[in-house]
Structure formats: structure tokens, C-alpha cells
Design a protein around this ligand. Structure first.
Ligand code: 5GP
Ligand code: ZN
Length: 114
């Protein structure tokens, strides 16, 4: 755990979040500032700073994140589809330095993203 990391604190239960899924390695919870009717963040419990750091460290967690997203989307009733996003670094729009997969749904998504 990184002691100064918001999502590590959520994973440790030190900061409350509306959880929608958890298993041994992953946790999903509702985004505090949703950008769609359904907006969930799926994170590894272990601190990994970003997509740019994960491949050398633990690429297997990426498969777990991506392969769990459809299960969570189905659980949340997103039968018509959903958007998955990983923002990386300042230009990518990453604001929390703990790897997270956005799962957005409940409306038709725009393309290209802003
Ligand atoms: P990023 O901008 O790094 O891709 O995504 C970070 C996300 O975390 C944002 O969508 C933001 O709304 C969400 N977020 C920031 N602080 C909190 C918090 O304390 N709790 C929850 N549930 N989400 C948060
Ligand atoms: Zn962390």
C-alpha cells in the first residue's frame, strides 16, 4: 500500500466507497463524480501507479481487470454496452496515481473522446 494513495486507502477501507465488486485481487466502486449514469472504477488492490508501470511489474493484472469488466457491466445492467477507459499520465487525464479502469454506461457514448 502506498500511504499517500487515495485508492489504496479505499482498498484498505480507510476511505468509504460504494463497492460494487470485489475479489482477492480487484475492487470496483462507484466514481464519486460520475461522467455517465453508471460510472464505476475497477482497481487492483495492490498499488500500481499507472498503465505505464504495470507491464514490467505484473501484466497479468491487466487481463484480470479487462476480463472482469464485462462481469461488472452485466451485474450493473449495462446490457446495451459500456465504455472502458484507462487514463495514463497528465496528458492522458490521469488524476489518481493508482491504476484504474473506468467502466461507463447507461447512455450512448461519444467518439472521439475529448
Ligand atoms: P482519472 O482522472 O485518474 O482517470 O480518474 C480518477 C477518478 O477518480 C475520477 O473519475 C474521479 O471522479 C474519481 N475520484 C476521485 N476521488 C474519488 C474518491 O474519493 N472516491 C471515488 N469513489 N472516486 C473518486
Ligand atoms: Zn494506490
Amino acid at each position: 500500500m502506498a500511504s499517500d494513495c487515495l485508492f489504496c486507502k479505499i482498498a484498505a477501507g480507510e476511505i468509504p466507497a460504494k463497492k460494487v465488486y470485489e475479489d482477492a485481487n480487484l475492487l470496483a466502486f462507484h466514481d464519486i463524480d460520475p461522467k455517465a449514469p453508471t460510472h464505476v472504477l475497477l482497481i487492483p488492490r495492490r498499488h500500481i501507479s499507472s498503465l505505464a508501470a504495470v507491464c514490467g511489474e505484473d501484466a497479468g493484472i491487466l487481463a484480470e481487470l479487462l476480463c472482469t469488466a464485462p462481469t461488472i457491466a452485466a451485474q450493473l445492467g449495462l446490457a446495451n454496452g459500456f465504455r472502458t477507459v484507462i487514463n495514463t499520465g497528465p496528458d492522458g487525464g490521469q488524476t489518481v496515481g493508482h491504476l484504474h479502469l473506468h467502466i461507463l454506461g447507461g447512455r450512448s457514448m461519444h467518439w472521439p473522446p475529448g
